[in-house]
Design a binder for this molecule. Structure first.
Ligand code: GLU
Length: 313
């Protein structure tokens, strides 16, 4: 493929062009603190592996809750802690065809394991595998890994979101107890959930997410300092699961129309890893009916087209 570089000006133009799509979505309201976020925001950061340059536009530096995008780095840390084999003995890698917080899919399909790490059951199982004696220790390890892989020392816990998540997290509690009761996970459920609620409530920026995605795109090596943060194999596996299950029940559509491994979160974030070329972070909080950033997807689609980055082309 040709090396195509995008100018900041061009990115700002595409942000301007797609901004209005926020009107087609709504901010998540099932977590009260997310309902208060201003929907009129759109930003993107692109880490170009060829030039090792960051291109940032719009609200790329605004802090927002990582939510389900945390499922990616926590899976990477669980693999570091336990190895690939153990992690995928505990969690399957199939798309569910059910909502992200469904308990039913495990029952109906007579599953002995949560179906994939990017639905809530699978993500809670992933957090159960993080080393640490309690929620504090697990969370501290997650936080320091996040800071490293996003190259962002300023990631903090958003207390308001965390308390909101914890107060309203009964479906997540039911998923965790269901799995514990069926011997799908081990450990203390309240501790695991507390770490899970905190991992979802980390304040990140599109820029940090672009850098995380750049590590995934770059065979696990941080392009800014050459350090192998994760193994090449785990980067490959995670990109595959992002392709089949990264955008909830919109993953198939997204693969057809955009065509890059990606993961979304209900805070309005999107991360996309284009193998060997780009790491991309997007932020726009208004969500489409599937729970994915409405303007974020439209912008990503234009940018991927502009960069000729559809991996299936
Ligand atoms: N903290 C959210 C939950 O567990 C994450 C959901 C998401 O971003 O999809 O419900």
């Amino acid at each position: 493929k040709l090396v195509i570089q995008m100018e900041v000006k061009e990115l700002e133009q595409l942000i301007g062009k797609n901004f209005h799509y926020y009107q087609t979505g709504q901010v998540a309201d099932y977590i009260p603190a997310l309902a208060e976020v201003d929907p009129k925001q759109l930003g993107m950061a692109i880490y170009d592996l060829d030039t090792k340059q960051l291109i940032e536009g719009g609200d790329a530096d605004v802090r927002f809750a990582i939510e389900s995008m945390s499922k990616v780095p926590v899976l990477l840390l669980a693999i570091k802690d336990n190895g690939i084999e153990k992690v995928f003995q505990t969690i399957n890698t199939e798309p569910t065809g059910f909502a992200f917080n469904s308990i039913m899919n495990m029952e109906i399909n007579h599953r002995k394991h949560p179906m994939n790490p990017f639905v809530n059951a699978g993500a809670i199982a992933t957090t159960s595998l993080i080393a640490g004696k309690d929620a504090d220790e697990k969370f501290e390890r997650i936080l320091s890994f996040m800071k490293e892989i996003c190259d962002d020392p300023n990631i903090t816990l958003n207390e308001e979101i965390y308390h909101s998540e914890s107060r309203t997290g009964d479906i997540n509690r039911s998923l965790a107890y269901y799995m514990k009761g069926n011997q799908m996970i081990e450990g203390d459920v309240p501790e695991i959930l507390d770490a899970y609620f905190r991992q979802c409530s980390l304040n990140v920026t599109a820029t940090g997410i672009a850098k995380l995605a750049a590590v995934l795109a770059n065979k696990g090596i941080a392009p800014w300092n050459g350090k192998q943060i994760i193994t090449e194999e785990s980067a490959t596996i995670v990109k595959s699961i992002m392709t089949t299950a990264g955008l909830y029940d919109e993953s198939g559509e997204f693969s057809v129309h955009v065509g890059v491994p990606a993961k979304s979160g209900v805070g309005g974030g999107l991360m996309a890893a284009v193998p060997n070329r780009y790491g991309i972070g997007v932020f726009s909080p208004a969500l489409d009916p599937f729970g994915n950033s409405a303007a974020g997807i439209q912008l990503l689609k234009d940018v991927v087209k502009e960069l000729d980055a559809d991996i299936f082309e």
